[in-house]
Design a protein. Structure first.
Length: 432
């Protein structure tokens, strides 16, 4: 074979190879085209599917919304019907309640009217208690204490002897008539028994009542009246009821037509100024006051000048509660008295000592010691209705010779009354 044939054959082989490669390449290209076509078709199908899904979802949503709206409309109509039904029921209940309330109100009004009518009838039918009746009622405990012990002593004896008088002395001392007063009473009884030849122990009771009445009425003026103008200094220990007594005194004087000013000179006790302000409003009296813990003498100074300038009938000065053994407080009391003397010399001066009857002999000791420091012109004895120690009135009058001006036989504003010795003695021994 020649060289030409060799190359000729070689070219054929190369062409065949190229032809085969082209065929393979073409096949591969066709395969790729088919794949791309399939992929494009699949993508197009997916897009179509998604579009279909979206359309379906929109349709579903629209139907769901329509159904929901229909349900809501149905529910709202049902709710409206229920609300209307409930409203009508509630309205019916309310009207029923209103009717029952009106009926109950009418019934209560009728009952109240009948109750008020009954009370008014009872008040009109029941006579009001006078001063003597209230005094007698207030002295009930004291009366039982004195007369009960005396009756028990006299009932144990069949004749009058020294043993009877010793037992009687003990009973009277226990009834708070005081030791000296009791001894004086029993000495007078011995003299009268001997002089009148009395042998019956029961007669001793009437004689005892006469002796006590004589002590209470001895040296007492017919009727105590305040002069115009008057400056009244009210003193006493803490807890005896000074501020309350001042309020009641102001009420008494206002009812008598007098003009009254109150001075809040108790600047140390908490709320004492406020308490006096309340009493001033109750009885319609002006109150002169300073700040708490201020100088009491300065308060009295302003009050005295106010009373003088306004031409007030009565100036009542509240003072701090003080014990008789507190020297600084007692000196302050002297200072206040000097201020009154200097600023209002033309006024009548009264110093009233307030004593608590429930303290018995302790009240007598307070009066003795206060008398050493200041000139006491009168005593106000409070709380007689709550104690069996009212016999202290007799002891104070007998031993100190200080007149009892007012007594308290109750908590009411009208239960502070002028002391009448004869009425007191009658009420004490149940004499009518």
């Amino acid at each position: 074979m020649g060289l030409f044939d060799f190359f000729k054959n070689k070219n054929k082989e190369v062409k065949e190879e190229n032809t085969q490669e082209n065929v393979i390449f073409n096949k591969e290209a066709e395969a790729e085209k088919e794949e791309t076509t399939e992929s494009q078709a699949s993508e197009e199908n997916l897009e179509e599917l998604e579009e279909v899904k979206e359309e379906l979802s929109e349709i579903v949503e629209e139907t769901v919304l329509e159904e929901a709206e229909e349900e809501l409309e149905e529910n709202s109509e049902n709710n409206k019907e229920e609300l209307n039904a409930n409203y009508s029921d509630e309205k019916t209940e309310e009207t029923a309640e209103e009717i029952s309330v009106k009926e109950n109100t009418k019934e209560t009004e009728i009952n109240n009217e009948t109750a008020e009518d009954t009370e008014i009838k009872e008040i009109n039918e029941t006579p009001k208690k006078g001063f003597f009746a209230r005094l007698k009622e207030g002295l009930g405990k004291t009366r039982k204490n004195i007369l009960g012990s005396v009756d028990s002593v006299l009932g144990a004896f069949t004749k009058i002897d020294e043993d009877l008088f010793e037992e009687l002395e003990e009973a009277l001392i226990m009834a708070d008539l005081g030791v000296q007063t009791t001894m004086d009473i029993c000495d007078n009884l011995r003299k009268r028994v001997k002089k009148e030849n009395v042998t019956d122990p029961s007669k001793i009771k009437d004689m005892l009542c006469e002796e006590i009445s004589a002590i209470l009425t001895e040296g007492c003026e017919e009727g105590f009246e305040l002069k115009k103008p008057t400056v009244m200094l009210v003193i006493g220990v803490n807890g005896v009821g000074k501020t309350t007594t001042i309020g009641k005194l102001a009420s008494v004087y206002k009812k008598e037509g007098k003009s009254v000013i109150l001075a809040a000179a108790d600047t140390f006790r908490a709320a004492a100024i406020d308490q006096l302000m309340v009493w001033g409003r109750r009885c319609g009296a002006d109150v002169i006051k300073h700040e708490e813990n201020s100088d009491p003498a300065a308060v009295v100074f302003d009050a005295a000048n106010a009373a003088k300038n306004r031409k007030t009938d009565v100036l009542i000065c509240d003072t701090a509660g003080r014990l008789h053994n507190k020297k600084n407080l007692m000196e302050e009391l002297k200072k206040i008295s000097k201020v009154i003397e200097r600023e209002y010399p033309e006024a009548n001066k009264e110093v009233f000592l307030v004593l608590d009857a429930t303290t018995g002999q302790n009240a007598l000791q307070q009066a003795k010691l206060f008398k050493e420091v200041i000139d006491i012109t009168g005593i106000i004895l409070t709380k007689l209705d709550g104690t069996a120690k009212g016999g202290i009135v007799v002891a104070i009058k007998s031993e100190l010779q200080i007149p009892v001006r007012y007594i308290g036989v109750g908590e009411g504003i009208d239960d502070l009354q002028k002391f009448n010795p004869e009425s007191f003695a009658k009420a004490l021994f149940e004499a009518e």
